[in-house]
Design a protein around this ligand. Structure first.
Ligand code: E4P
Length: 230
């Protein structure tokens, strides 16, 4: 399973990249707005270099399918590791599958995003998406179980041999990461604020403190023994 960072914050991405846990990055216009990005290209290109060959998802910003297509083609030229995010439908409920399909035919990697149901996911796969982003938190907002959606999509992909990867996003708590991983997500995209919480544990701290204290005691005793011999 892979872990992506759901952020456009270069410092956070770099910090976790150095720790060996980052396989890619996802962004969206809301994340960028919140993180102070006003020029998407200027913010994205350095992230793409930082990531090397790892994928960086960037979303189109239009509700019009023709414009989505044009934007996607431009965004794809920014770096070789760009993946273009296309919402599965536009805000009026009109299918974006044609955009996904055209881009896939042109060899542009597409992340079909804002997926909230099994049916949306399988259509994204059929249209040729490289990634299908299931928004776990938003599925749960509607009273549905994201684990069931993820598990069903994964099992359908595996049984028919499709290579599209499920990205689980919209992570709202550390527990969502565990649930998504066990439900069969290929990738979980995690907002950086959850990573320190995932790695920390108060009893681990106490355990390490005990080891450090005992190591200090042992070294103190050996110093004393050496002092007696001298
Ligand atoms: C994933 O690719 C999206 O960027 C993100 O996880 C959406 O999450 P939200 O529900 O917090 O907007």
């Amino acid at each position: 399973m892979e872990i992506f960072i759901d952020s456009s914050n270069r410092d956070e991405i770099g910090k976790w990249l150095k720790q060996g846990v980052v396989d890619g990055v996802t962004t969206n216009p809301s994340i960028m707005l919140k993180e102070g990005v006003r020029d998407i290209q200027a913010a994205t290109v350095p992230i793409c270099s930082l990531l090397g060959a790892r994928p960086v998802s960037v979303e189109v910003t239009s509700n019009d399918h023709g414009e989505m297509l044009q934007q996607a083609r431009t965004i794809a030229t920014w770096a070789s590791n760009i993946v273009v995010k296309i919402p599965i439908i536009n805000q009026d409920g009109i299918s974006s599958l044609g955009v996904v399909h055209t881009l896939a035919e042109e060899g542009i990697a597409v992340n079909a995003t804002a997926i909230l149901s099994f049916n949306q996911a399988i259509l994204a796969v059929k249209a040729g998406a490289t990634y299908a982003s299931i928004f776990a938190g938003r599925v749960a907002d509607e009273g549905n179980d994201p684990g069931i959606v993820i598990r069903n999509v994964r099992s359908w992909l595996d049984s028919w041999g499709f290579t599209t990867k499920i990205i689980v996003g919209s992570i709202r708590a550390c527990m969502d990461v565990q649930s998504a991983a066990l439900a069969g997500a290929h990738i979980i995209t995690i907002p950086p604020q959850f990573l320190p919480k995932m790695v920390d544990h108060k009893y681990t701290r106490e355990t390490v403190r005990q080891f450090n204290d005992d190591a200090a005691k042992a070294s103190e005793e050996s110093m004393k023994k050496m002092a007696v011999r001298v």
